[in-house]
Design a protein around this ligand. Structure first.
Ligand SMILES: Cc1ncc(COP(=O)(O)O)c(C=O)c1O
Length: 440
């Protein structure tokens, strides 16, 4: 029997429903990061690819104790649906967390979400129409761009340097987009310990960028998962600390506690907060009561600031290990040297392509994320993101040594075949730990 002529025959061999999907799903393809998780999870591969927090640094009894108390004292509430805005006590505690980054606000303007990822989704759903433009750093957080794309918006990358987004470039981009008749809906930024670039927006630039946004009537979406994970000096206060009406701020417990709870939040101007609650209810009815109560109990009972200090120490040691291994094994290359967070952004010689090189790297048992994952426009071939958050210092050393074997091997191969002095320009280009020029 044949089903020729039936709607399904217009699909393809892999998916008979291919033609039924909404148009906005056309950009939904597995990212490099996602595809890598499968490969990199093999135990013999040192993965410098994913951004998984090192949850083993969290004493198990702290979590078990909080869960136990929640179930004994508030079991029926924890197992029930809750409010679409989130548990009131937790929203009050979130104010204490944000105060550490200079933010003051009302618990009434906090909306608890299923990780900050879900806040990104809800915010995009509220603001993006097809054809809208989102301004974002170049490079930018890959899974935010996946969401923007799913609402058929375009990402316009504003260049960065070692002090984060360049205000003058932002002005130019806005002017060009306006001249082209494009509608800029918001500016998405990860100002502190940027994912993937590792850099931090200076205080002066924070003020300047807020002023540019104000002048141009552009809302700022400040995504700050890493701000409390600093290695030395505290980073500048959050942008939201000086701008209430023009900033929607996103926070999360994923990096300072554990991502498994899936508890994040948005702090928004009152009218936007109202819409976020409605969107949250429409999407999930209520964020998990159980997770919220456990996080709240943990914040009440445990010394959570000391625990964040522990995480800082773990990540600082790993970052230092990665930087010293890079200095030892790949001294001719350049990379960022972050003061916090999870990521180093590496720049390859111009003749190497991080995406094309990845299969060889995996053969050598090391994985990274190619720079192209972090651009909507195909840039980033000469960059890669290296995560130091999850592997042990010993694994990081091994991983960088293997990476050097791959990079040097590729370079030798090219030199041999080209028979020219291809590398001379690279060596002349040798820089310190500053942000590579092609990020500017
Ligand atoms: C910049 C940025 N935003 C948002 C998220 C999402 O975090 P979560 O949903 O776990 O809160 C991440 C996770 O890595 C991130 O790096």
């Amino acid at each position: 029997m044949t089903d020729q002529g039936s709607p399904r025959s217009r699909g393809n061999n892999l998916d008979p429903w291919y033609n039924h999907y909404a148009q906005r799903t056309s950009g939904l393809a597995a990212s490099e990061v996602r595809a890598l998780f499968a490969v990199a999870s093999r135990p013999e591969v040192v993965s410098l690819a994913g951004g998984m927090p090192f949850v083993s640094a969290l004493p198990e009894d702290l979590v078990v104790g909080a869960m136990d108390r929640v179930m004994r004292e508030q079991g029926p509430v924890a197992l029930q649906y809750g409010s679409g805005q989130g548990v009131p006590a937790l929203r009050e505690q979130i104010l204490d967390v944000m105060a550490l980054e200079g933010i003051s606000g009302s618990a009434d303007d906090v909306v608890v979400t299923t990780g900050s990822q879900h806040a990104l989704e809800l915010f995009s759903k509220l603001f993006l129409d097809p054809g809208d433009v989102v301004l974002a750093e170049g490079p930018s957080y890959v899974t935010a761009m996946v969401i923007f794309k799913s609402y058929q918006a375009e990402v316009d990358h504003v260049p960065m340097d070692e002090n984060g987004m360049i205000p003058e470039a932002l002005r130019e981009h806005i002017a060009r987009l306006k001249a082209d008749g494009r509608r800029v809906k918001f500016l998405y930024t990860v100002p502190t310990f940027h994912n993937p670039a590792g850099v931090t927006l200076s205080w002066e630039r924070r003020l300047e960028i807020l002023e540019i946004a104000r002048q141009n009537d552009i809302l700022v979406l400040e995504d700050n998962p890493y701000g409390l994970l600093y290695f030395g000096e505290k980073p500048p206060a959050a942008m939201r600390s000086v701008e209430r009406e023009g900033v929607v701020y996103l926070g999360t417990f994923s990096k300072t506690l554990a991502p498994g709870f899936r508890v994040g939040w948005a702090l928004a101007p009152h009218a936007i907060r109202e819409k976020l609650i409605l969107a949250n209810e429409a999407a999930v009815l209520s964020p998990s009561s159980f997770s919220q109560l456990v996080v709240s109990q943990y914040l009440s009972d445990a010394d959570w600031k000391a625990q964040i200090d522990t995480f800082r120490g773990v990540y600082r040691e790993r970052k230092e290990t990665m930087i010293s291994a890079l200095q030892e094994h790949l001294p001719d290359l350049s990379w960022t040297d972050p003061n916090g967070g999870f990521y180093v952004w590496l720049t390859l010689p111009p003749h190497l392509d991080s995406k094309a090189m990845l299969p060889r790297a995996v053969t050598e048992l090391v994985a990274y994320t190619p720079g192209t994952a972090f651009y909507a426009d195909g840039s980033g071939r000469h960059n890669m993101r290296l995560s130091f958050c999850y592997p042990t210092p010993e694994s990081i050393r091994v991983g960088i040594r293997r990476l050097a074997t791959v990079i040097n091997g590729e370079t030798d191969l090219l030199e041999t075949f080209a028979g020219t002095g291809l590398l001379s320009s690279v060596r002349a280009d040798r820089t310190s730990n500053n942000l590579p020029t092609d990020l500017r």
